[in-house]
Design a protein around this ligand. Structure first.
Ligand code: OAD
Length: 242
């Protein structure tokens, strides 16, 4: 038996013995759906500058360009669907009484796969927020107008996502910390561990007493620190846990 299959066996045992499981996902979980990651090969931040497209200053300077980027991503996501990794996590939620999924992804693929207890740290690309009156609405139009306007007040809409330099919603963060501080197993899946506060969440769960297991195609700064690090594709590994 290879190390990987031994580690998958150990994780399977931990998973089905755990009373409370928390999962943190990043762009890697959606890679097998065809969604580009940010930092790997073909990653979005290798081709584009985040500072031009994903900051409040960029939006203030050139909202049309920022909306072009988000409309392009919405068009792409509209054609893609969840992969076996997303479906396996949704299935686990059905079978484990206390199961929380924290994601950095804005792509909505966890919900589309059937996950319900989802904490979206960085927002959701299918929701828009008014820059005038603050109204928050789901809007599935593809594409949106180049400069979409609020139905209530006419001001410019923005994607309801967290940009660099912005704070995460404190209520959302509180929910995430509650889930990671009180679980017996945390799985950290498909994230490079470079963006805070998500990057530290596995370590915080470990400090709080959870077994922490990473699933990632490549080593991360945390691979040697967690209890188990499994190298491979989440879409192949997660279904083996069921
Ligand atoms: P990254 O692009 O930084 O990292 C993706 C990780 O997924 C890498 O560690 C890859 O090795 C791994 N990976 C790729 N394919 C995989 C697969 N099939 N199975 C398992 N792992 C795989 O993405 P994130 O860590 O999610 O934030 O990035 C964090 C945040 O940075 C994003 O939420 C976004 C970005 O800027 C904002 O936009 C605020």
């Amino acid at each position: 038996m290879s190390d990987v299959s031994a580690d998958i066996g150990k994780l399977r045992e931990k998973l089905w013995q755990a009373k409370r499981v928390t999962v943190l996902t990043g762009a890697g979980i959606s890679a097998e759906s065809g969604v580009p990651t940010f930092r790997g090969e073909g990653g979005l931040w290798k081709q584009y500058r985040a500072v031009d497209l994903a900051t409040p200053e960029a939006f203030f300077r050139n909202p049309k360009l920022v909306w072009e980027f988000y409309n392009w991503r919405r068009e792409m996501l509209d054609l893609l669907g969840p992969n076996p990794g997303h479906y396996a996590l949704a299935e686990m939620e059905q079978r484990i009484s206390r199961f929380t999924l924290i994601t950095q992804n804005i792509d909505d693929l966890h919900r589309r796969a059937g996950s319900r207890n989802v904490i979206e740290l960085h927002g959701n690309i299918w929701w828009v927020r008014c820059t005038g009156c603050g109204a928050l609405n789901e809007d599935r139009r593809v594409p949106l107008p180049a400069l979409p306007e609020c139905k209530s007040c006419g001001a410019l809409l923005r994607p309801n996502v967290v940009w660099f330099g912005e704070n995460l919603d404190p209520a959302v963060l509180d929910e995430a910390y509650e889930a990671l501080s009180n679980c017996d197993l945390m799985m950290v899946i498909g994230t490079s561990g470079t963006v805070q506060p998500a990057a530290s969440m596995g370590l915080q769960a470990k400090t709080a007493g959870a077994a922490v297991v990473e699933i990632n195609l490549e080593p991360t700064p945390y691979s040697g620190i967690y209890h188990i690090s499994i190298a491979g594709k989440s879409g192949q590994i997660l279904p083996q846990l069921l």
